[in-house]
Design a protein around this ligand. Structure first.
Ligand SMILES: [Zn+2]
Length: 167
């Protein structure tokens, strides 16, 4: 990759997707706008950390009711494999996020896995609060999709479960 960061500017689309069969799934972020599309491959754990980071960042900011999503985010498309391979595609090493107060936009700084994490990011893009909130919801849906659910209450099972339906 070039030394200068790819600056995507404001994104029109930011999705979390899981591909493949349960147990062998791979995960990626799809970032797109008029400049093009980038596939950012990452581990499920990294995706979960990103989801938690987003929740924390948004939780620490005042809520603007006008920015609440009016409808739940659409699930990642089922025909994602039909999409053309984008010009930008790499495996994520480090993900950092910042907040630009003046623009009320969040900066996503993505380092490719072999790039110095303390150096310039490989890709930089701007995302809105609404996009981040939708992304965090998508991440939790995508990450939970491969795990078993309690047949009684539908909660994702990760260990011992005291089912409220049995009380
Ligand atoms: Zn249950």
């Amino acid at each position: 990759m070039a030394d200068a960061p790819i600056d995507f500017g404001p994104l029109q689309r930011l999705d979390a997707q899981a591909l493949g069969a349960p147990g062998q799934r791979t995960f990626r972020l799809v970032a797109a706008n008029r400049r093009g599309t980038a596939w950012l491959w990452l581990e499920k754990e990294e995706l979960q950390v990103l989801g938690m980071t987003i929740e924390q960042m948004l939780g620490g900011l005042p809520l603007d009711p006008a920015l609440q999503p009016s409808q739940p985010p659409a699930a990642a498309s089922a025909h994602e494999d039909d999409e053309d391979r984008p010009a930008i595609e790499f495996k994520v090493g480090r993900l950092a996020m910042g907040y630009e107060e003046t623009a009320d936009l969040f900066v996503l700084l993505v380092h490719e896995i072999d790039v110095d994490p303390d150096g310039a990011p490989t890709l930089r893009c701007l995302v809105s609060r609404r996009q981040l909130r939708a992304l965090a919801q998508q991440i939790s849906t995508v990450c939970a999709a491969g795990r078993p659910r309690c047949p009684l209450c539908g909660v994702v099972l990760g260990g011992p479960h005291a089912c409220p339906r049995l009380n």
